[in-house]
Design a protein around this ligand. Sequence first.
Ligand code: PLP
Length: 403
Amino acid sequence: MEFKKSGRLTRVGYEIRGPMLEHADALETAGNPVMRLNTGDPAMFGLRAADNVLQDVIAHLPESQGYSAPQGIVPARLSVADYYARRGVPDVTADDVYLGNGVSELICMATQALLDDGDEVLIPAPDFPLWTAATTLASGKAVHYLCDEESDWYPDLADMTAKVTDRTRAVVLINPNNPTGAVYPRDVLEAVLDLARRHHLIVFADEIYDRIVYDDALHHCAAAIAPDVLCLTFSGLSKAYRLAGLRSGWLAISGPKQHAKDYLAGLSLLAAVRLCPNVPAQHAIRIALDADHSIDDLVLPAGRLAEQRDLAWELLNAIPGVSCVKPKGALYAFPRLEPTVYPVEDDGQLAFDLLREEKVLVVRGTGFNWPRPDHFRLLTLPGADDLTTAITRIGHFLGRYHK
Ligand code: PLP
């Protein structure tokens, strides 16, 4: 008798940590080191958290033995509220902040609390695929709006508008974007927020990379631009604070909360059902945000992350038939394989062959709900030498592939 997984899972995928990992593990077990350019975890690439954040977590361990309040400890929630006040988002109090075991848990809670069967969420294509997975798990329907590579990967507003129906409940904005690295200018955000305003949509603003921006790019909080729109802003300690292992994130609610009492009661119910987030990790939020442990030194022009971003972008564009829009933020590049040069039918096979032949692990573009098999994503987190080796190997592989 075979035990089968729930039918709900047949449409759920998460390729960033998907089946390719097993192949990579098997290669390593057989003595072949793999360059893993798949998971955006700064700590894995030598970017360490600030020592006083870690010390503070340790110092609070003795008082972290019991559960906290379901929404999280008050000092951390106050620090999140202060952070958004500094970023120009009005009226966020500690009551409007929910802490979670990473943004991931909060994405699942926010979608589950909102959606009835068949309710629709507008999600970018390409996306950070948890948004699609969480929407599907919550029995909603992920409706993907296109982002336009020709326009720096900004949302295609016409496509988004055409996809609004009477079942649409929310729109997801990932800014800075994973996987494209786009950082949206104010007018682009205003247009999306206006659409949300006109159609009474909730805005889910995933801003986990809000402090990882390069060059002259400026990050605008969507919630600051449209204080009259119900907005849930998500962020956490995994990226800019290099603490993905702590699993510590938050969401902040802004806008007309008086019209969302029922939804917020649903969110509170789910916060209670999961008891509370990891308590020691909650303590890290206050010191990380209040002491301003910034990543600025890494993203400034001569900083490590900015230099790696430049290097990856240059090396990728130097491969014949490959083009890559310059990422303005986040930790990834999302290059395009010109279909006349690389007539790829199955980008999963492409990624698999790359892994097998060159021991480089990337994530296929369709894993980000991109509709065509002509992209892949790699990290810009490895140091310059590793990045050069990895992209050189990708170039060699593609040189053989297009024959
Ligand atoms: N949102 C985006 C856009 C991400 O890229 C990630 C992680 O890669 C997350 C959310 C999840 O982050 P966390 O580690 O806080 O769960």
